[in-house]
Design a protein around this ligand. Structure first.
Ligand code: G3D
Ligand code: MG
Length: 174
């Protein structure tokens, strides 16, 4: 790792089953495993990227199968530089869980951090209107909204790039 590398902790959040682990695996390893089992515990994966001629190391945290335990959430979010929220475009309840997650983040992280929301599983028949998701994302003050498919790979790289870029901009502003 070069000396001038920025390190950002980016935490994934969202309801169980929306595709957080699949998105991470698609991004890091470029494959999709339909047999993927529910993650146990939280994992983190590392990806080195270049953003605007700057070396950035992303520490990507995946909460695993314990999404429902709010005490764990606080530990998990602590020290995050950015957050990556996921819902499933075939599940309205998964969209409506995002505000609760974001209030957990605000309780755990003192300063305001960039957040991106992705609507995943665009390869399936959607149940949530894009405009509804966009409205919510705007109300939640997230920096961006994208739609992805961990299955086809659509927009996956772009989504992680956006959050990396937003993290970099936030440290440069500070
Ligand atoms: P999670 O980590 O948010 O809990 P997972 O979600 O990554 O474990 O994914 C939950 C299920 O959704 C998995 O299926 C996975 O294969 C599927 N999935 C994830 N992303 C996509 C996607 O973009 N498109 C489609 N069609 N399916 C996706 P199983 O059957 O193992 O539960
Ligand atoms: Mg998982």
């Amino acid at each position: 790792m070069q000396k001038n590398t920025f390190k950002f902790k980016i935490t994934l959040f969202g309801a169980g089953g929306v595709g957080k682990t699949s998105l991470l695996i698609r991004y890091i390893k470029d494959y999709f495993n339909p047999e993927l089992k529910q993650t146990i515990g939280s994992n983190f994966l590392i990806k080195d990227v270049e953003v605007e001629n700057t070396n950035v190391r992303l520490l990507l945290w995946d909460i695993g199968g314990q999404e429902q335990f709010s005490k764990l959430r606080q530990i998990y979010f602590k020290g995050s530089n950015g957050a990556f929220g996921v819902y499933d475009v075939t599940s309205q309840p998964s969209l409506l869980k995002l505000p609760g997650w974001i209030s957990s983040i605000k309780k755990s992280v003192k300063k305001s951090i960039p957040m991106i929301i992705v609507g995943n599983k665009t390869d399936l028949k959607r149940q949530v209107e894009r405009s509804e998701a966009e409205d919510l994302v705007k109300r939640l003050n997230c920096c961006d909204y994208l739609e992805t498919s961990a299955k086809t790979g659509e927009n996956v790289e772009q989504a992680f790039k956006k959050i990396a870029k937003a993290c970099l901009e936030s440290v440069k502003e500070a």
